[in-house]
Ligand binder design. Structure first.
Ligand code: SF4
Ligand code: SF4
Length: 360
């Protein structure tokens, strides 16, 4: 396993981290084996929270941890609300440690966090008091946050100096947080990149994306993981894994990765993104279609197929759409075309989408 510094914490984190929110809900024995095998393979970061998997995430993780926390970076997480107090947050920290069966947590993260909630945790009697007290008592060692707020807001949050790390989505198809990741590198804040395979989207074959990795990646999922790790400011790629096979594949990918020119990959992905902009930009001005066709939705799928080569994924999504929303439901009434600011030949392009993605 490869290890990287986790910001300024002094910790070395495994390049592959385990998101425990995908452990198999109905197979605790397998879940324990996956966690155990991950530890054996050198994975040392385990991201957990109480609510995931219908409240079973930390129970399932505990089965594999077997009380181990030393040498591991086990992370708990809890959201906040206007009602959260230092006492209620402390109860949550204690409860999560109890479920996980550990006597301390290397990390505790404020979940679903955003800049407009900063005051909620920093106010007198707020969650930060609980976190600071738990840290002083040795029950937690570091504080992070996770969420989906705007990149510029997360820049402001990491610049407060309150947080040792943050967890954000980052992958080949979503690079919105790249500037904040670079800023985190300057500040020494750890970056845990979640959704490296874009919620499974990059598990589907996309030859264009595999070709971005020097020598070509074996699979698109491998390319996706390697892209994330090629960013020197990313501490680790946090992947939700629910089988031993998936774990073994990811471990092999990380161990075999020789590094890549991240700037060069970014430049190519920028070209892909620009290509996508030449088609439908999803502005929605053409809607609503009297027949119910989801025009931007269909074009979005087709863009992924054309630009990134994600044809199988797009066809699967198309098949899962309500038939009335599919491109094939267009009656060619012509109401949409005059409304498109990009003057797209919507009717012809929908016919193209239906031919390319419709496989029934
Ligand atoms: S041309 Fe097709 S997509 Fe456009 S409004 Fe008419 S039915 Fe809807
Ligand atoms: S108006 Fe044109 S660019 Fe905008 S969503 Fe409709 S087809 Fe796409």
């Amino acid at each position: 396993m490869r290890y990287r510094p986790l910001g300024k914490t002094g910790l070395q984190v495994s390049a592959l981290a385990m998101g425990c929110m995908r452990l198999p809900e109905h197979d605790p024995e397998l879940a324990a084996r996956v966690v155990d095998a991950a530890i054996a393979a050198g994975v040392n970061y385990f991201e957990t929270t109480r609510g995931y998997i219908n409240g079973k995430c930390q129970h399932l993780t505990a089965g594999g941890l077997k009380g181990r926390s030393r040498g591991l970076i086990v992370s708990g997480k809890a959201g906040i609300s206007a009602e959260t107090t230092a006492d209620s947050y402390r109860e949550e920290i204690d409860l999560q440690m109890q479920i996980l069966g550990v006597d301390y947590l290397e990390f505790f993260q404020v979940g679903w966090f955003s800049l407009d909630r900063l005051e909620m945790i920093t106010k007198k009697g707020g969650a930060l008091e609980a976190l600071d007290k738990a840290r002083a008592e040795g029950l937690i060692r570091h504080i992070g946050f996770t969420g989906h707020d705007k990149p510029e807001n997360y820049r402001k949050l990491i610049e407060t100096g309150l947080f040792d790390s943050f967890t954000i989505p980052y992958n080949m198809l979503n690079r919105a947080y790249a500037p904040v990741i670079a800023r985190a590198g300057e500040l020494g804040v750890g970056v845990i990149a979640m959704c490296p395979v874009a919620g499974g989207m990059l598990s589907a074959p996309a030859p264009q994306l595999q070709a971005l990795i020097p020598g070509g990646a074996q699979t698109t999922a491998a390319a996706a993981l390697q892209f994330v790790l090629a960013n020197p400011h990313v501490s680790c790629a946090c992947s939700g894994m629910n089988t031993l096979e998936m774990l073994a594949e990811n471990v092999e990918t990380v161990n075999a990765f020789q590094g890549a020119d991240h700037a060069q990959m970014d430049a190519i992905l920028d070209e892909f993104a620009a290509l996508g902009q030449q088609f439908c930009t999803a502005c929605g001005y053409c809607m609503d279609c009297p027949s119910g066709v989801d025009i931007p939705g269909n074009f979005r799928l087709y863009n992924y197929a054309k630009v990134y080569g994600l044809l199988d994924w797009a066809a699967g999504q198309y098949a899962a759409m309500d038939p009335t929303k599919r491109a094939a439901a267009c009656t060619q009434c012509g109401a949409c075309e005059p409304k498109c600011p990009n003057t797209l030949p919507v009717i012809d392009q929908l016919a193209e989408v239906a031919a390319a993605l419709g496989r029934e």
